[in-house]
Design a protein around this ligand. Structure first.
Ligand SMILES: O=C(O)[C@H](O)[C@@H](O)[C@H](O)[C@H](O)COP(=O)(O)O
Length: 232
């Protein structure tokens, strides 16, 4: 694990650009494609600002979601809805490159459908992402994997439904650890004093919280600004 401490949120955003640029260009050079998993919450804002700055072959990108809220795409709670408005117009990406949630069905049906879409995108039963961009909530959750939730021990499903998310909205789909930990790279991007206590509990005290269970086969980076890193 590499911990990268930076001064503030704008440096989190510029570090993210540097890492995503390098990882995407390596993947495209070595395998001709780049598979990335995006998150919502504060990471969404970081990515909408940092991705348009990078030099890459956008046509080789496939974009999926580490988790997504089961809401209509035009709702402001839809993670894809925000990327559609705030990222696509600033890059050469097209909507077709995003693997999106099926609309108008239950969380469980959406999770099954998403699994099928990932199988097609990867042309495999194994979903090996080049990069997952992750956020961490103040309770230590990542994706929609919350402390104490039974989904933490899911080993069969690759994409699971959750209908009792403590963070609203309650219905979501999420990647599970077998997929997260198969990734070639995972990056947490964390900013602000509100995350400082949890950053310490995870990175210093090594508490067994959901974000601490992200231990990919590949590389793991935590980009943390000085407010979030205050206690480490
Ligand atoms: O749907 C969501 O909210 C996200 O996809 C989620 O996984 C997010 O990354 C964490 O909840 C952290 O969010 P914050 O960075 O806003 O605390």
């Amino acid at each position: 694990m590499t911990i990268i401490k930076v001064a503030d949120e704008s440096e989190v955003i510029s570090k993210l650009s540097t890492y995503v640029e390098k990882i995407s260009n390596d993947a495209i050079y070595n395998r001709g494609k780049f598979y990335i998993g995006l998150s919502g919450g504060s990471v969404l804002k970081f990515l909408c600002e940092s991705l348009p700055k990078i030099n890459t072959d956008w046509s080789k990108w496939t974009l999926a979601f580490c988790d997504e809220r089961v809401v209509p795409e035009d709702s402001e709670d839809s993670t894809f809805g925000v990327y559609k408005k705030q990222l696509i117009p600033k890059t050469e990406l097209t909507e077709k490159q995003f693997i999106v949630l099926k609309q108008g069905v239950s969380a469980e049906a959406a999770a099954k459908d998403y699994t099928e879409k990932l199988k097609l995108a990867f042309n495999s039963e194994e979903f090996k992402f080049d990069l997952l961009l992750l956020g961490m909530g103040p309770d230590g959750h990542t994706c929609s994997l919350f402390p104490g939730h039974p989904l933490l021990s899911e080993t069969i499903l690759k994409v699971a439904a959750i209908t009792d998310s403590p963070k609203p909205p309650p219905e979501r789909i999420t990647l599970t650890y077998p997929v997260i930990n198969a990734a070639r790279n995972c990056i947490f991007a964390i900013s602000g004093a509100g995350k400082a206590d949890m950053v310490k509990r995870i990175l210093k005290d090594k508490e067994d919280l959901p974000s601490a269970r992200v231990k990919p086969e590949g590389s793991l980076y935590w980009i943390v600004d000085s407010d979030a890193a205050a206690h480490i």
